[in-house]
Write a protein that binds this ligand. Sequence first.
Ligand code: HXC
Length: 510
Amino acid sequence: MQEILAKLKLRRAEARAGGGEKRTNAQHARGKLTARERIDLLVDEGSFEEFDMFVEHRSTDFGMEKSKIPGDGVITGWGTVNGRVIYVFAKDFTVFGGSLSESHARKITKIQDMALQNHAPIIGLFDAGGARIQEGVNALGGYGEVFQRNVLASGVIPQISVIMGPCAGGDVYSPAMTDFIFMVRDTSYMFVTGPDVVKTVTNETVTAEELGGASVHTTKSSIADKGYDNDVEALLQMRRLIDFLPSSNTDPLPEIPSFDDTERIDMSLDTLIPANPNQPYDMKELIHKIADEGDFFEIQEAHAKNIIVGFARLGGRTIGVVANQPLVLAGVLDSDAGRKAARFVRFCDCFNIPIVTFVDVPGFLPGTAQEYGGLIKHGAKLLFAFAEATVPKITLITRKAYGGAYVVMSSKHLRGDLNYAWPSAEIAVMGSRGAAEILYRSELGDKDKIAARVKDYEDRFANPFVAAERGFLDEIIMPHSTRKRMARALDMLRHKELNNPWKKHDNIPL
Ligand code: HXC
């Protein structure tokens, strides 16, 4: 018996050695952790249970039969994060560059199936060279199997991808179909085809970082939701994110006990809105002040900064926050903001996360750049997303809510459950000056007359009372009591049930 136990120990040690000391050292020299080190940081200490440690590829082409490494370039299994089950796979770059063979794909699809059946999130840690070149179509088919499962699991369990090294080909398409993508700055990049192919086809000279580093994907392309400085920070932040998410679309929201009293009032909010309506202020201050312990996990922080999205908690339960940011482009809605917020709203709706919307929006951004870029379609995405969402929806207009943007931002007309405004709210078709100049074009030459018309329009519409008189607002609340009012509203809406008409699926303007 001792001999058999010793044999198991030996086989395990061989598998754990991955691609060997030299390649492991090279991984460390690049500032990257190994796949196993990463998993250890991601899950609770001692909770990881590995599957398929001894799986090897079955390829016999290009002399591959002589080159087999147990585990075949990916570590798979499950563990817990603060006691809740997650499934995880981590590409091992030290083994065939983490490239995907048929056997490697089977390991991943096995835990994808388990995660879906057992209702738990799945996290993929990517650091890989794409399809195993020696395997040809077997590797391509393997990717297809992974992709198909990504799609079936979408909206059922949270799927998260963390890019921690090079990722090309199939290793970018699977993350692209998951809910969130995070990257590590300077050591990770994602592209469909690398710099060499780009040079051959388009004659462009570009570095890997310029083509697909975190600096590009968290800002320009918005492929990635956030970048982190190193592996350790990225993995610890994934633990924080998991704490906000339910395990599946039928599981309850996690409840994290909080010492922050939901009755807490914040007098400083009474002076958040500047006296001058054209002066900006930081909407994040409001978010931090109403959230439990000021904790806010922002998504897509570096892209379309005119809209803010992310997770917070109120009374211990997760909320999704969507907010215009007056500090950037006066909080206007443009194509990027529409797409960013629509995707977030749909994520929250999939997973039954109540949505709290803070509105201070002067309208949609005018101009040829926006119109040619499809503003109508991208703006419609956000309208569509809010309108189809059946989760509890609470909206607060802090200041401007002009034009179509008033309707889009989770208004009463889109089944907002509780629509609040601060006394500083202004709800109108457009700003008072613009309105007066259109309505009284013939008086444009006369400054005094126009000023009087502007004042007239302001008196009529630059307040929340007209909307409140129509019932489009449920209540005008004191800024200092915002947290308390919202926490009570969320409690009241806890058992909300609302169903859309049966359909195979909708046809959101993509
Ligand atoms: C087999 C691979 C491999 C691959 C890397 N390796 N990629 N083996 N198949 N796709 C191996 C290398 O031979 C090497 O083995 C080890 O991994 C490390 O690779 P290096 O090139 O030495 O590392 P580095 O210089 O850091 O470059 C990393 C890299 C580069 C940028 C990822 O290896 C690379 O460009 N690989 C190919 C990427 C690619 O084009 N893949 C196919 C994409 S198409 P040794 O033994 O020397 O350590 C695709 C189709 C799916 O994925 C599409 C579905 C829609």
